[in-house]
Design a protein around this ligand. Structure first.
Ligand SMILES: *Cc1c(COP(=O)(O)O)cnc(C)c1O
Length: 228
C-alpha cells in the first residue's frame, strides 16, 4: 500500500501533466478532501506539502482541527451542505466556505464570524445539474447572491464551486463545466476579489482543469477509501 505522501505526489504529478497537456494558462490547486479520515492523515499530507483541506461535517472538522494546533499554514475549507444551526461552528472553524447557496446562510456566517479573524473566504455553490434535489444556487440567481456576499464586511467573495452531474456522458460534463466557466468569468469581471473556480472531482477533474478550474477536490485518490 502506498503512503499518503506517495499518493499525494502521484496526484500532483497527474495535475501537472494534465495542465501541461492542454497548455492551460491558469494555475490549478488541489483541495485534499479529508472527511472521515483521522487527523493523522491530515498531518501526513501536510508534512508532504499539502496545505488546503476540505471537510463536509463541521463537528468532525472542529475536532480534528483541535488535534492539529501546530500546523500554522493549514487552510480549512467547508464543502458540505450547510444547515443554519451549524453556521456558528462553521464560521469559527473554517477559513473558506465553498458551499454558500442562499442569502440567509451568507448573512449568518457574516454575523457569526469572529471580527478579530480574517474575513471568511466564500465560494458560491452553483446547482449546475439543475436538479431540484441538489444543493446550490440556480445559475440565474448567482449574481444577486454574489452582490450580497460582496457587501458583507466579514466575508470575502472568492468565486464559485460546483458538483458536476454523476454521469459518464462527456457532453453533459462538458456543457456543465463550460456554463461554470462563463459564470466565473462574469463574476471576475465584476469583483476584483474573485479568483477561484472550484470544480472537478475523482471522475471529472481532467476535464475540469481543461475547462478552467483553479481548484479541484480529491479525497479517495489521496487518503484511500472512506469505508462507506
Ligand atoms: C467527498 C467530496 C469530494 C471528494 O470525493 P472523492 O470521491 O473522495 O475524491 C469532493 N467534493 C465534495 C463536495 C465532496 O463532498
Amino acid at each position: 500500500m502506498k503512503t499518503i505522501a506517495e499518493q499525494l505526489q502521484s496526484v500532483y504529478q497527474a495535475i501537472h501533466n494534465c495542465a501541461a497537456e492542454c497548455a492551460t494558462e491558469h494555475k490549478t490547486t488541489l483541495l485534499a478532501v479529508s472527511k472521515k479520515h483521522p487527523a493523522q492523515a491530515i498531518r501526513d499530507a501536510y508534512q508532504a506539502g499539502q496545505r488546503a483541506f476540505g471537510e463536509n461535517y463541521a463537528q468532525e472538522a472542529a475536532s480534528k482541527k483541535a488535534e492539529l494546533p501546530d500546523l500554522p499554514e493549514i487552510e480549512w475549507h467547508f464543502i458540505g451542505p450547510i444547515q443554519s444551526n451549524k453556521t456558528r461552528l462553521i464560521a469559527d472553524t473554517f477559513d473558506w466556505v465553498q458551499s454558500v447557496d442562499r442569502a440567509k446562510i451568507a448573512r449568518r456566517l457574516n454575523e457569526q464570524r469572529d471580527t478579530s479573524l480574517a474575513p471568511l473566504n466564500i465560494c458560491l455553490q452553483v446547482n449546475i445539474s439543475l436538479k431540484d434535489n441538489k444543493s446550490g444556487v440556480h445559475p440565474d440567481d448567482m449574481m444577486p447572491l454574489a452582490e450580497l456576499v460582496d457587501k458583507l464586511p466579514y466575508l470575502t467573495l472568492r468565486g464559485l464551486m460546483c458538483i458536476g452531474s454523476a454521469t459518464d456522458d462527456i457532453a453533459v460534463q462538458q456543457a456543465e463545466f463550460s456554463t461554470m466557466q462563463q459564470l466565473f468569468s462574469q463574476l471576475k469581471d465584476n469583483y476584483a476579489s474573485v479568483d477561484t473556480l472550484s470544480m472537478g472531482m475523482s471522475g471529472d477533474w481532467q476535464l475540469a482543469i481543461k475547462s478552467g478550474a483553479t481548484m479541484i477536490r480529491l479525497g479517495t485518490a489521496i487518503f484511500g477509501s472512506r469505508g462507506n
